[in-house]
Design a binder for this molecule. Structure first.
Ligand SMILES: [Cu+2]
Length: 470
């Protein structure tokens, strides 16, 4: 375990010397002991050993916060603090989060539970927590200035309410929100139903993660908090591919995946090989009559979506955001499109002058995944990930659903790559090739032109060098 003092070293991001706000030992003694996580691995589900039983969730590259029972109240202790988050192997970011990680731990309770959450502020500035989507007394809603005083550095506040409705929720600060969310402060919350609910099916696997985004210059460690749209790291639970763990399930498991969006844009989340139903939103379980089979569902800003499907196709199925820029890591911006331009030899000459100079390949971007580009320290390659057949050429919001016959019930370990049955992999055709036959049908224009243009115009698609919208 990393020493807690190590975290304070990085606390000078915005506030300098006030960073290591001290919390007195006496004051902490009455609180539930804060549990700190230093690893970015996916933790095993936290099976409750008291209270009402439920089927716990698995947080991708995250964990569930243990609690204590105090006279019928479930007590949790969140510590808002600077953290170092490994976003992918070899790439760490200096973020703010809770209990050692960004996002913070997932909180799991049961419908009807009385919940008390102590929030200790070890940030260099004030904070608060808003319990996104919950029914609660107005004074517990966490909007600093509106519903409560902000929690000053070094102070601990108490929130208490009954988890009134089952569903998928999030928590995040509602004080200097722009800074604190851009720095990674957020977490997941799941309220399990207290009894059989006609709209909530039992599942064998229940995964959850938050969509978040950061703007961290290659070679640096701290996000730029003023960025509104032009983020360069699109992450799931502050992890980027190939740092996002796969979702490992057993063949014919019923699977639920809960996704919350705390970025500044929408993310069409797409699953290969299966159709799913959206069984829940911010407002709770969806009425059955509204459920459609889909393979992509858009998760807008501030929304939560809960999808369910039967994992009845074995294999390694891609699961990702369908915005292609969101499956890229840093440095995807400001690279001119050079498809069709022969610049062989030129790159090396320029690199003699500008060592980090990099251009897009003349045949597309795939070249870049293979080119051994010199990377500055502490960044992730733009597109990477070695699969069984070569580079996956992905980054950002991308993972793999692994469906296996021999995955044990309750086992979340990575089973390795899928072994395809003989003759079921696309492969090169080596037989004779016919000359192409052109399609010769008449027509092609809905209306004849008044005048035939003298010169044919041919347009080449070119990505703008500076884009502001994803
Ligand atoms: Cu996206």
């Amino acid at each position: 375990m990393t020493s807690r003092r190590d975290f304070f070293k990085f606390a000078g991001i915005a506030g300098g010397a006030v960073a290591a706000a001290s919390v007195s030992k006496v004051a902490m003694a009455a609180l539930p002991e804060p549990v700190i996580q230093t690893s970015a691995e996916t933790s095993a589900p936290l099976v409750p050993n008291f209270g009402r039983p439920y089927n716990p969730v698995v947080t991708l590259n995250g964990w569930t916060l243990p609690w204590r029972m105090n006279q019928g109240v479930k007590e949790f202790h969140l510590v808002a603090e600077p953290v170092v988050r490994e976003m992918a192997p070899g790439f760490s970011a200096h973020l703010w989060g809770y209990n050692g990680q960004s996002p913070g731990p997932t909180i799991e309770v049961v419908e009807g539970d009385r919940v008390r959450i102590y929030v200790t502020n070890k940030l260099p500035e004030h904070t608060s927590i808003h319990w996104h989507g919950q029914r609660l007394p107005n004074g517990m809603d966490g909007v600093a200035g509106l519903n409560q005083s902000a929690i000053s550095p070094g102070k601990t506040f108490m929130y208490e309410f009954v988890a009134r409705r089952p569903g998928t929720f999030m928590y995040h600060p509602h004080a200097d929100e722009m800074t604190q969310m851009a720095m990674g402060m957020m977490g997941f919350w799941v309220t399990h139903p207290k009894a059989k609910n006609p709209l909530i099916d039992e599942v064998q696997r229940d995964f959850c993660f938050l969509l978040n985004a950061f703007d961290i210059d290659p070679g640096s460690y701290t996000p730029k908090i003023m960025t509104m749209l032009d983020f360069n790291l699109w992450s799931w639970n502050s992890r980027i591919f190939p740092g996002i763990d796969s979702l490992n399930v057993r063949l014919n498991d019923k699977v639920r995946i809960r996704v919350g969006n705390l970025t500044m844009t929408n993310h069409p989340i797409h699953l290969h090989g299966h159709e799913f139903l959206v069984t829940g939103t911010d407002g709770g379980p969806t009425p059955k009559s509204t459920r459609l089979y889909e393979v992509t569902t858009d998760v807008a800003v501030g929304q939560m979506r809960q999808i369910e499907f039967l994992a009845d196709e074995e294999g390694d199925w891609a699961f990702h955001c369908h915005k292609s820029h969101h499956t890229m890591n840093a440095m995807g911006h400001d690279v001119p499109t050079l498809i069709g331009v022969d610049h062989r030899g030129m790159t090396q000459k320029i690199r003699n002058l500008i060592p980090d100079y990099m251009v897009m390949g003349e045949r597309g971007m795939a070249d870049m995944a293979e080119m051994e580009m010199p990377l500055p320290d502490n960044t992730a390659p733009m597109m990477t990930g070695q699969g069984p057949f070569g580079s996956v050429e992905m980054g950002g919001m991308f993972s793999v659903l692994k469906v296996r016959k021999d995955q044990k019930p309750g086992d979340y370990k990575d089973p390795g790559w899928f072994k395809h049955p003989e003759g079921t992999v696309a492969h090169e055709y080596t037989g004779p090739l016919q000359a192409p036959a052109r399609f010769k049908s008449e027509g092609g224009q809905s209306m004849p032109l008044a005048e035939t243009p003298k010169k044919q115009t041919v347009v080449k698609a070119r990505k703008p060098t500076r884009h502001t919208e994803h």
